[in-house]
Design a protein around this ligand. Structure first.
Ligand code: MG
Length: 254
C-alpha cells in the first residue's frame, strides 16, 4: 500500500534526511587509503547514538538474509555494489567504495547512498560513479506531480544505456516512511508515461546502481554482499525525495 504524506509530515521527515546526509558527508570525508570498513561503521554508529537516531540496518532480517545484518552501514568495495556487510578490510589505493545508509529519526526514515574512489582513481571508475549521479539527477527531475513512475525509471535507464551500462532490475528504489522499505518499488528501468501516477505526498528512495561490465550479480558467502558476476566494478547513488506540489524535494541533499 502506498502512503501519501501531508506537507506537515514531509516537514517532519526533513531532520532524518539531514541526519542521513550528514553521516554520508562524514563517511565520504573519512574514507581514505588505510581506513578499515569497520571504522566507517563505527563512525556511523557513533553519529546515530549522538543524534538519538535508530539504525534501519542493524536488526534488518529479511527472508533472503541468513541472519540479522548486525551493522549500521552497507560498505561495498570494487566489484561489490550493494548490501556490502562491513568487515575487517583496510581500504587500498584505487578502491571504489559505495556506502549506503538509512536511519530513523523522530520516527521517520531516510535512505541515501554514494560512491567514492579512495586514493588514485581509474578514469573508468570516475565515469561509472558520475553516471549514477547523472542518472539520479535525471530521475529526480522526472519526479514531478502529473508524471508517472515509469518516467523516473526511464530517466535512469536512458542515462545508463547511453553510457553503455546494462541495467539490473532485481534491486531498485522504494517507498520510504516510518520504515525503510515500502511501496512502490522504483525499478531502474521502465517505460515512459507508464505506471503509478505521481502525486504530492509520495516519498521514495531513488537509487541507480550500475556495473561496468554486466547486469548479473552474485551473493557472497556472508549472505548479504552483492557482487558483479564478471568481477567488474559497481557504483551506487541514492537520495530520498518527497514529491510536493512544487516538484521533488531532496530530503537527503548534501
Ligand atoms: Mg539505501
Amino acid at each position: 500500500m502506498i502512503e501519501y504524506r501531508s506537507p506537515a509530515e514531509i516537514e517532519q521527515m526533513r531532520p532524518a534526511g539531514r541526519f542521513v546526509a550528514s553521516v554520508l558527508t562524514a563517511l565520504e570525508q573519512k574514507a581514505a587509503v588505510g581506513v578499515n570498513l569497520l571504522d566507517l561503521d563505527a563512525l556511523a554508529h557513533q553519529m546515530i547514538r549522538d543524534a538519538g537516531a535508530t539504525s534501519c540496518y542493524i536488526d534488518y532480517h529479511p527472508s533472503f538474509g541468513a541472519s540479522p545484518f548486525g551493522k549500521v552501514l552497507c560498505t561495498s568495495v570494487n566489484d561489490a555494489v550493494l548490501h556490502g556487510l562491513p568487515h575487517d578490510y583496510v581500504l587500498a589505493d584505487g578502491d571504489l567504495l559505495s556506502v549506503d545508509f538509512a536511519a530513523s529519526l523522530n520516527g521517520w526514515v531516510s535512505d541515501s547512498a554514494l560512491s567514492v574512489v579512495v586514493g588514485t582513481a581509474r578514469p573508468e571508475d570516475l565515469t561509472l560513479i558520475e553516471t549514477t549521479q547523472v542518472a539520479l539527477a535525471a530521475a529526480i527531475e522526472a519526479a514531478q506531480p502529473g508524471a508517472r513512475l515509469g518516467d523516473i525509471s526511464f530517466a535512469i535507464a536512458r542515462v545508463a544505456t547511453k553510457a553503455g551500462y546494462k541495467i539490473n532490475t532485481d534491486f531498485g528504489g522504494h517507498g520510504v516512511g516510518r520504515t525503510m522499505h515500502g511501496d512502490p518499488h522504483v525499478p531502474n528501468n521502465g517505460r515512459r508515461g507508464r505506471g503509478l501516477p505521481l502525486k504530492p505526498g509520495l516519498v521514495i528512495a531513488i537509487e541507480p546502481w550500475f556495473l561496468q561490465g554486466t547486469d548479473k550479480i552474485v551473493t557472497d558467502p556472508d549472505g548479504w554482499t552483492l557482487r558483479s558476476r564478471d568481477g567488474s566494478r559497481g557504483a551506487h547513488s541514492e537520495h530520498t525525495i518527497a514529491l510536493t506540489a512544487d516538484g521533488p524535494l531532496v530530503l537527503t541533499a548534501r
